[in-house]
Each structure stands twice: as structure tokens, then as C-alpha cells.
Design a protein around this ligand. Structure first.
Ligand code: NA7
Length: 536
């Protein structure tokens, strides 16, 4: 709409999830910048605004999964160790009250293009409604899951029932009581939906290509009084900066083969009983490095899991004796009673690895064996075109007019996962080449967000208008990302961590696997030397 006058901002943040909220708060309060968030959704929350499918909950425990600013937590207590999406939305409403965030948010505003104008030395950002805004700094805080992945099955549009992708769930929910439902996909999302729907629907059809290696969540109700312990809170935040994944889990300080078989079994049992991601994220040092150590933990997991499933055929499909991929190379999901659902006669597992989906029909899903699975409602839990899909959707163009997503088709290049050459004054929290998805979200975001604040603070104080990063610095960071990933078993497995879940997407490690302490050290060094930046 040409009647809308272009607005000039110091910083424009895209996305009102954890990253966007953090940076709005810090840039506004610490640096007194004129900052706004443009958010495609109608409220704060990011992932927790969009992913409101049944059973959605976080798999990092609270209170670690929260902002560490005292204003954010001093009047807040959590109800459960792994909160559901409703509680996370309440948390965002709470921080909004405490930090007055939404007054600087423009909701229902999807950014469809952003280009750096070298003459104006600013980013021009356009929303779907045609609003154009100029900003000195651009911060795409869009997370890794801004672009959903919907496979193009034949007949997709012919289905006459209801069909929903997990990340665009209807606000009013979906009633499944007495209905026949299907869930396609058994990643973290699929597992959560299945666990919930199997308890409510008349018939539940689960379309599984690869079994998940789910770990027991061991949910707990939390005591409000205990959470008031200020010292405890501060110690928790400090500790989270010292662990690989920003979680309150220390690794077992040995390799698996250092222990006898019995000792190893006892250790696995202890970690498994502790629950959560412990067996994956706080296990032996060599779990993700040594195939033999990895096989051992898988065998332990399969034994525990198979014992919960009655039908031997289902045991082989849900927890085969031999691993289908390295344990942990795909994210283990947390479950509460997922496996028990398959002991119910109205829950049906369809093995679409051996019997793929052929097409959708008006009344259901046909598999290659010719069988029609008639259902009323389908949940699509096939995940995301992670990171790069969101960047493409946002239409980011560099100072030369090149689409960043096209550039990244030749391989992702970033400096510390935070900046990209020829995209001056642009900062990318929780994006590619950062520890993001292998670490506790808020902890990673605070490390990255603080770095961004420091860079901008320095620029403002010395009057620098524009900074870029050196290409050789990007090259060096890419090498660090590749080297650390190649030391692990991750590249051996097709997964969204490697980009291999999306047909045609370049297959390479998308995230940094060096762990949070090493990452934070690299970020700090960059600010001390300042030698990787170009001041323009
Ligand atoms: P994921 O982890 O990417 O899981 C997607 C699931 O969908 C997975 O089981 C896939 O099987 C399956 N899938 C993907 N494409 C197809 C097609 N074409 N046909 C059948 N099945 C398919 O996404 P989530 O949403 O569960 O989780 C994303 C992250 O969000 C999660 O890790 C948390 O960090 C939060 P596959 O394994 O590829 O055989």
C-alpha cells in the first residue's frame, strides 16, 4: 500500500520467538535503539505460537529453558518440568507484561523480502501487505522451523477430510473423539501427536518411515516455592554455560569402552531412569563419535523399549534389534507412554519404509500394497525445511542483489553462524552454523544475542555505519563447522540436521557441533580481536 510511508528504524527484528524477544529487549533497553519486531503470527512465542498441536511440549527442562534476566523470572514459576505449549504461551504473555515487548511488535506482518541498499546503507524490508521499512540493522530471528515441509503426495488436495501440518495447527484445536485419524511422520512432533490422539480417537493410524528412538520424559510437577531460590536459579544459568548442550547434564567423564559391560549397563540404566535427553546429551564422551559405543547404547535402548511393546512384530518395527541409524544422529524424542499406545487394538502402525504412501484419496491414504486406510483427519508431522527454507521464504538479498538462499545452495557460509559476507549489518541468531538445535534454546540465544548487542554497541560508540565480515573468516568458520561435524556420527545419517530430509537440498551439516563452551569462547575471541570484520 503506497499510502504507508516507509518507516526508518535503527533495528528491525523479524520474528517474536525467544531470539526476537531477547534482542528487542536488549537493544531497546541497553542501547536505546529504535527497534521493532515484525512477526507473521498474531502473538509472541515463535515456535510456541505456531506449534500448538496436541501434546506439543518442550524437551529441555525448565527452569533452564527460560530467559536468565531477573525481570523475566522473578515473578514466574513453572508448573511442569517439561511444559506444554499452553504454559509456554503463558510464559511469553508473562515476559510481555514484565518487559513490555508487544508495544514494539507489528503482528500479522510477514516479511517477504529484505535487501541491503548500499547507497542508503540500510536494509529495505517489505512485508506481504506492501509495507516498506528501512533499518540500519536487520535481525532475522526466524528460528530453524519457519518453513514447513509438506511432501507433494499425489492426490493431496483430493482428501475430503481435515488435514493439518503440525506447525500451522488451528487455533481452536481439532476434535478427534470418535474419529479415525492418521499421523504421518514419527519425529518429535509425530510422537507427541500420536501419544495424545491415540487416547482420544476411535482409530489411530501411524505412518512410520523411520522409528524414533524415544527416551522417557519422566515428567514432574514442579514446586513453586523451590523455584523462588534465587541462588539456585543463578547457579543453574551459570552451569548451563559450562555444558555441551546448555542443559543441566554433565557428560559421563569417560568413554564407554573404559567401563566394564556391567558398569556400562549400570550407567545407562541410571541415565535412562533420570529421563529426558540424559542418555543422549549427557552420556559417555564417545557416544556420538565411536560406532561401537553408539551401538551399545542403542542395544540398551532397544532392550528397554521392546519390553514395553507386546507384539513381537511391533517390537521389530518400533525398536528393531539392530539400529537403523546411529543413535542420536536423529533427535530422540521424549515420550511419556508412547510405546504403550501401540498395545491398544485401535492403534495401527503402518510401515511406510517397506510399504510407502502411494497417494491420498478423498477418503484416506493408499499405501503401495493397494490398501486404503480410511480416515477423517490427517496430521502431517513431516517436519521442516530447516533454516535455509525460512531464509528463502524471507527473501533475503545481499548487497549485490543475490538471494542468500541461492548462495547457500552452493553450501552454507557464515561467520560464527551469526553474520554473512555481503549482508552487512545483518545478524542471524539461532540459525545455520550455530550450536542452536544441539543446545538449550534460550541459553544459545543469550550467548548469540549478547554478542550481537556487543557488536552493535561498539559500532554505535565509534560511529561505524556499516560492517561486513571477511570471506576468509566465513571460510574458516565453515571449516570448523565441517571438521567438528565430521568427527561425529551425524553425517552418516539422513536427517534434517544434514539437510537430507528435503529433496534437492544440499546435504551438509547445518549446525555447529563443537558445543556451547567452545562456541562461546570463539564468539568472545571475535570481539576481542575484531579482525574478522570489515568496517565500511
Ligand atoms: P522431523 O524430525 O523432521 O520428523 C519428520 C518425520 O516425518 C520423520 O519421521 C520422517 O521420516 C517423516 N517424513 C518426512 N518426509 C516424509 C515423507 N515424504 N513420507 C513419509 N514420512 C516422511 O520433524 P519434527 O516436526 O518431528 O521435528 C522437528 C524438530 O522440531 C524436532 O527435532 C525438535 O527439535 C523440534 P524419516 O525419519 O525421514 O524417515
Amino acid at each position: 500500500d503506497s499510502r504507508i510511508q516507509p518507516e526508518e528504524l535503527d533495528a528491525l527484528i523479524v520474528g517474536a520467538g525467544f531470539s526476537g524477544c531477547y534482542l528487542l529487549h536488549r537493544l531497546r533497553e541497553d542501547l536505546k535503539l529504535n527497534v521493532k519486531i515484525f512477526e507473521a503470527g498474531s502473538s509472541l512465542g515463535g515456535t510456541w505460537h505456531w506449534n500448538r498441536y496436541p501434546g506439543a511440549r518442550v524437551d529441555c527442562p525448565v527452569p533452564g529453558y527460560e530467559f536468565s534476566m531477573e525481570d523475566a523470572w522473578k515473578n514466574w514459576t513453572w508448573k511442569e518440568k517439561y511444559p506444554c505449549w499452553e504454559e509456554l504461551q503463558e510464559y511469553f504473555a508473562h515476559i510481555d507484561r514484565e518487559l513490555s515487548l508487544s508495544k514494539d511488535c507489528l503482528f500479522n506482518s510477514e516479511v517477504i523480502s529484505a535487501q541491503f541498499h548500499s547507497d542508503k546503507r540500510k536494509w529495505a524490508v517489505t512485508t506481504k501487505e506492501g509495507r516498506v521499512t528501512f533499518a540500519k540493522y536487520l535481525i532475522p530471528a526466524i528460528g530453524f522451523a519457519a518453513a514447513q515441509y509438506m511432501p507433494d503426495w499425489k492426490g493431496l488436495n483430493s482428501f475430503r477430510g481435515k488435514i493439518y501440518h503440525s506447525s500451522a495447527w488451528p487455533k481452536d484445536g481439532v476434535t478427534v473423539k470418535g474419529r479415525k485419524v492418521a499421523v504421518i511422520g514419527t519425529g518429535s512432533t509425530g510422537v507427541q501427536i500420536i501419544q495424545q490422539w491415540a487416547k482420544e480417537a476411535a482409530e489411530t493410524y501411524v505412518f512410520q518411515r523411520t522409528p524414533n528412538t524415544c527416551l522417557p520424559m519422566r515428567q514432574e510437577e514442579l514446586d513453586a516455592a523451590q523455584q523462588k531460590d534465587r541462588q539456585g536459579r543463578l547457579a543453574l544459568y551459570a552451569n548451563s554455560l559450562t555444558t555441551f548442550g546448555g542443559l543441566p547434564y554433565d557428560n559421563v567423564p569417560r568413554n564407554a569402552c573404559d567401563d566394564s559391560t556391567e558398569e556400562r549397563e549400570r550407567t545407562y540404566e541410571k541415565l535412562y531412569q533420570e529421563g529426558g535427553l540424559r542418555l543422549w546429551n549427557g552420556s559417555y564422551n564417545d557416544l556420538m563419535v565411536d560406532p561401537a559405543a553408539n551401538r551399545e547404547v542403542y542395544r540398551f535402548w532397544a532392550k528397554k523399549t521392546r519390553a514395553r511393546i507386546h507384539d513381537p512384530k511391533l517390537q521389530d518395527l518400533l525398536a528393531p534389534l539392530e539400529a537403523m541409524h546411529a543413535f542420536g544422529a536423529k533427535r530422540p524424542s521424549l515420550e511419556q507412554d508412547y510405546y504403550e499406545q501401540f498395545n491398544k487394538p485401535h492403534v495401527h502402525l503402518i510401515d511406510i519404509k517397506n510399504n510407502p504412501i502411494l497417494e491420498l484419496r478423498p477418503t484416506g491414504i493408499i499405501t503401495t500394497d493397494g490398501r486404503l486406510h480410511e480416515v477423517d483427519i490427517i496430521a502431517i508431522a513431516t517436519g521442516f525445511d530447516s533454516v535455509t527454507g525460512g531464509i528463502r521464504k524471507m527473501g533475503i538479498k545481499d548487497a549485490d542483489g543475490n538471494e542468500l538462499s541461492d548462495r547457500w545452495n552452493e553450501g552454507i557460509y557464515t561467520y560464527l553462524g551469526l553474520m554473512v559476507s555481503r549482508c552487512p549489518n545483518m545478524f542471524l541468531p539461532y540459525s545455520a552454523h550455530s550450536p542452536s538445535v544441539f543446545s538449550n534454546g534460550p541459553t544459545t540465544i543469550e550467548i548469540q544475542g549478547s554478542w550481537i548487542v556487543e557488536v552493535i554497541k561498539k559500532m554505535e560508540s565509534e560511529g561505524t555505519q556499516v560492517i561486513d565480515v571477511k570471506q576468509q573468516s566465513e571460510q574458516a568458520w565453515r571449516e570448523e563447522v565441517m571438521e567438528t561435524a565430521n568427527m561425529t556420527l551425524l553425517p552418516s545419517t539422513k536427517s534434517w540436521y544434514m539437510g537430507s530430509n528435503i529433496p534437492g537440498k544440499p546435504v551438509e551439516p547445518i549446525f555447529y557441533l563443537g558445543g556451547l563452551p567452545r562456541y562461546q569462547k570463539k564468539c568472545t575471541e571475535a570481539l576481542t580481536s575484531w579482525e574478522n570484520f570489515i568496517r565500511i
